[in-house]
Design a protein around this ligand. Structure first.
Ligand SMILES: [Zn+2]
Length: 87
């Protein structure tokens, strides 16, 4: 099964929490090796999680993942723009 970027984003918080099943984890890691966009997203998502992980609580507020996805789309758009625009 070929993983699309969308699938990676859906599972990215589980990935960071190491809650994925091993097969999916492997698929995602393989995708990340070949996809700069997802690698960049992984980095920024990790930063968000660090910021929100107060008192070592990983419970995400309601609606968090929707906001996260909106943010991811923004990151991707910016990435595309910076790739197309002048350096
Ligand atoms: Zn990707």
């Amino acid at each position: 099964m070929t993983l699309e970027c969308k699938h990676v984003w859906e599972h990215i918080s589980e990935y960071l929490d190491r809650q994925l099943d091993p097969k999916l984890l492997m698929d995602i890691e393989r995708h990340l090796e070949n996809c700069e966009v997802c690698s960049a997203i992984l980095d920024s998502t990790r930063n968000i999680l660090v910021l929100t992980a107060d008192e070592r609580t990983y419970e995400l507020p309601l609606g968090y993942s929707e906001r996260l996805h909106a943010r991811l789309e923004k990151v991707i758009r910016e990435q595309e723009q910076s790739e197309n625009g002048p350096a």
